[in-house]
Design a protein around this ligand. Structure first.
Ligand SMILES: Cc1ncc(COP(=O)(O)O)c(C=O)c1O
Length: 385
């Protein structure tokens, strides 16, 4: 992200001349939007996705947010949705129909696996899951394949897809590529610039950053596909709260600074974990020994606060996890606070064996890093004593 666009995002949503001197855009909250007269009502009806029409379709606030999304990804179009997951499910439902097939990287976040396996199936859409480790994707592509969906890096095991290789295949066969870019955010990677057609980011995570907001963003350069996605979101009744856009815009102002701190502390914690004998394996992309390190560097400009690790199975795991005070047990990531979550699989298609190790994902928050290390140290000691 260049200096110019960074400054623009800091000042985005600032229009004091229009808004009574207010430094931030106010929240426009309305279900009903009124029309000046019958003619303007009829005109609005024809162009309802682009002009004020009904609050569930858009408000001033949600529209401003979509303009912001396009700016950040340098995209022609963006559609904002109520959550990261709804951005994914709406996009897939909009672009797939009965008898179509979809390829999904098997490191996807589990709700995507469940949506494809149980919900898309009801509509006669077949899902195939592929591994980033194997170069056999072309073998599962056929003339029914409409979409190839990747989450890269994956949010549990950090597997990275070789985007350019995937694109070579998909372009030839006119398959639409979709990438979940939540791990990197627009700051770390712009898949649209590499050639991916549709990019999705859960703004619930780093973008909003305070564990109090849900929002999803779809960005793309095709007017036609954007219209299809928006149509499906309206038909399904997805509602984007203007407050959510306000919170996300606020999160954006400090996003870069926060991510820098998450990265700095995660590096220290990675080194600390490496020094512990009780820690068996660590998955962390900046680790030069990580299998996906080089591929990650090829496409991504920065890391974040996520680390996955396992510890040798010796005792009851509660002795470790319940002793932690700063790392709270909880879902999600990207907020200001440190979190830990026990995991039973690194990809939805494969359960982990608990015979010899316990697996966890931590999100390194913005607390003092030495306090976080002390917290882990006390918990390890309690587990090992
Ligand atoms: C990689 C990834 N994409 C999408 C989502 C969904 O985001 P949301 O919680 O906003 O629905 C998540 C949530 O954990 C995620 O980890």
């Amino acid at each position: 992200m260049g200096k110019k666009i960074r400054t623009e995002t800091i000042h985005y949503g600032v229009d004091p001349d229009v808004h009574y001197g207010s430094i931030n855009d106010p929240i426009y909250k309305n279900s009903t939007l009124v029309f000046q007269n019958y003619k303007s009502f009829l005109e609005a009806k024809k162009d309802r996705f682009n002009v004020p029409y009904y609050g569930r379709i858009s408000t001033y606030t949600t529209r401003r947010f979509e303009q912001l999304g396009s700016k950040l990804y340098n995209a022609k179009k963006s559609v904002v949705t109520s959550s990261g997951l709804s951005a994914i499910t709406i996009t897939l439902l909009a672009l797939l129909k009965k008898d179509d097939e979809i390829l999904i990287s098997e490191n996807c976040y589990e709700p995507v696996y469940n949506f494809a396996t149980y919900e898309l199936k009801k509509f006669g859409i077949k899902s195939h899951f592929f591994s980033n480790n194997k170069k056999n994707i072309d073998k599962i592509i056929n003339n029914k394949t409409k979409i190839l969906y990747i989450e890269s890096p994956g949010s549990l095991n950090y597997e990275v897809s070789d985007i350019k290789e995937i694109l070579k295949l998909c372009k030839k066969k006119k398959i639409i590529t979709i990438m979940d870019n939540t791990w990197s955010t627009f700051l770390g990677c712009n898949p649209l610039e590499i050639g991916v057609e549709i990019v999705i980011e859960s703004l619930t995570k780093y973008f909003s950053g305070h564990s109090d907001n849900f929002l999803g963003l779809v960005v793309l350069n095709s007017n036609e596909l954007a219209r299809k996605i928006k149509t499906t979101s309206v038909r399904l009744g997805d509602y984007v709260s203007p407050e959510s856009c306000f919170h996300a815009t606020k999160g954006l102002k400090t996003l870069k600074l926060r991510i820098e701190k998450h990265i700095e502390s995660a590096d220290k914690i990675f080194n600390y974990l490496k020094s512990k004998k009780i820690v068996k394996k660590i998955l962390y992309l900046p680790d030069q020994k990580n299998k996906f390190h080089e591929l990650w560097k090829k496409y991504h400009k920065q890391s974040n606060g996520l680390i996955t690790f396992s510890i040798h199975k010796k005792k009851n795991i509660e002795l470790f996890i319940d002793k932690l005070k700063l790392f709270k047990i909880g879902f999600s990531w990207g907020g200001y606070e440190s979190l830990i979550i026990p995991i039973s699989n690194l990809k939805p298609t494969k359960k982990l064996s608990k015979k010899s190790e316990y697996w966890f994902r931590i999100h390194v928050g913005l607390e003092s890093c030495s306090d976080l290390i002390n917290d882990l140290e006390k918990a390890f000691k309690n587990y090992e004593k």
